[in-house]
Design a protein around this ligand. Structure first.
Ligand SMILES: [Zn+2]
Length: 98
């Protein structure tokens, strides 16, 4: 299985942040992790679509459409993708559309 979290290829917007902080708290530190459509994160969630919609609850994020292999698609913050769990498996609820 492909890992999308290896290396230090993500983008850190503030110089005082360590790579370890960025990896584990990307939303808190405004870190943009690169991701391609079809990528699977460490929890098995697949990136289906990057929408241009602004996140309803996060100042830095846009809305991405993810899919759980067991429970189907849901919306999540872009900065959450690499650490996101399915809403049915302990993750936060999916974002509401619009
Ligand atoms: Zn699931």
């Amino acid at each position: 299985m492909k890992s999308t979290c290896e290396g230090s290829d993500f983008i850190i917007h503030s110089p005082e942040i360590t790579a370890n902080q960025a990896r584990h708290y990307p939303c808190a530190y405004n870190v943009t992790m690169p991701a391609q459509l079809g990528d699977q994160n460490t929890h098995g969630q697949v990136l289906l679509e990057k929408t241009a919609a602004r996140s309803p609850n996060h100042p830095f994020a846009t809305v991405w459409l993810l899919r759980c292999p067991k429970h189907g698609p849901y919306r999540a913050n872009s900065c959450d993708f690499h650490i996101r769990k399915c809403p049915e498996e302990g993750g936060k609820p999916g974002l509401t559309a619009g």
